[in-house]
Design a protein around this ligand. Sequence first.
Ligand code: ARG
Length: 548
Amino acid sequence: MLSYIMTNIKEQLEKALGHTITESNIAGVDYQCNAAFAIAKKEGAKPSDVATKIIAKVKPNLRPCFSTHPSGFININVLDKDLSELTEFVLKTNKLPLSTQKPRTIFFDYGGANVAKELHAGHIRPPIIGEALKRTFTAFGHKTFADPHLGDWGLQIGLIFGELELKYKEPSKFPKLTIEMLNVLYPQASKRKSEDKKFHARAEELTLKLQRSEEPWFTKWKEIMDVSVPRIKENYDALGCTFDTFEGEYKAQQFIPKIIADFQKKKVVQESDGCIIMDVKTDSDTRPMPPIIISKSNGGDLYSTTDIGTIFYRQKENNPDEHVYITDFRQDLHFEQVFRAVKKGGLVKPEVVFTHIGHGTMLGKDGKPFKTRSGDTVKLEDVINLVTDAAHKKMQNPCLVSAKTIGIAALKFADLSNSVRKDYVFDLDRFTSFEGKTGPYLLYTIARINSILSKTEKEIQTNNTKSPLLRDIKVAVMRLGDSFDVATRVYSLNGVIDATYNLASKFNILYANETIQNNAESIRVARLTRTALCFALDILAIDTVEKM
Ligand code: ARG
């Protein structure tokens, strides 16, 4: 007989059946397996007969109850004994039993803030999704690295220089920069860029001077970095991001000349209108796949160039088996080109995996990217203030520190509950509601359990009940563990969000129907729920509060 302690029940079952199983929506059935269908089709047999045979074969080695659904599905029910073991495991280790995965090294690139301006709503999704994904993979025992890859070496800097030049004539007269000044300068410069060709050209020129490390521009760039990077760090800290390194495009440029020379030697690039380009199209492409421009005619670096250089040094320093990027899905083509280029150029081994997670946009109620009423970008700080205020207003005993935690939980939970690629509307009232599938509801459930457990006496005399509600909760805990496994395959956490909500609502049904305080098993299940929810929220980088 198998013991499930330290293992994941679903994984054990799949191993024994040699086939995947899925959660069942049928009341009273925990999992279903459709292994019989393919075999039945091949053998021209009845699926339910094949299912019966499969059950007979695996049954002696497995504890759960099996039955055949007339359609041919194998219904699986986990034994109560196993759910008790699962409970014991969770309470003893403060962890959910996750499935085993072959440990790999994975490099996560998320954040991508541009140093020319403060972090704004448009950059809010990568740190939320990226941090949660990274922690998920870490929980499975993978070795992970994370870096925000700041936008610090492109036209955005040339634009700031150009704007300063217009205002103050020459670099020696530039004032000492502050973040507030950058917040005004950058939008002005980008507006000017689209209206004034000469200004655009000058900004390009200044960018090139910087990329050639010409003075005084290089020193001026460092001044921008000195005011901007600490603020970006503060912003990412507020979102609970934990980066291993804090590099940007700049770091890559030192490797670029050698990489290009190497590409030229390997004859994988060619010249076109003075640019160096690489053809990355394959015969099987069904959508347009233009060549990637590796070097501009003026010798300047491009976004793609620095990404190629970055992969080169990450491979050298961290040797990842996989690189995962989280950016807006409008960068799909850019990443596909970059991934193909580094493989074609032989910068990485063919087996290195590249994954780009393209996310949708956070929209305002008008269906357009989230902006202020006057059309300006909304700073991350302002978004955090909005959710904090809304949470504060809804609290019974308002407290600002907790309101901020609840507000950020509302924001992150809402963001992660969408499948990554989808756009979603920033709905402040719904996100911060204490009821429904929201962050505050989850935090409220945990606070409720805290309160129950603090009032519980040590020795509970009452007999244990065997309420089916208790079993439902244990199954919900089991499924929460399974949902993480799915997340590592689809690179999206919406299934985990659903599973946390499912568990919290199952617990709240128990709370509404029974007095938990004086029942030993209910108390145990309350602890189980809290431990499982805290474990999951910690992976999602969602902080909790003691009371609400
Ligand atoms: N700075 C970029 C942007 O604002 C995002 C960077 C993403 N990471 C990367 N390696 N390209 O869109």
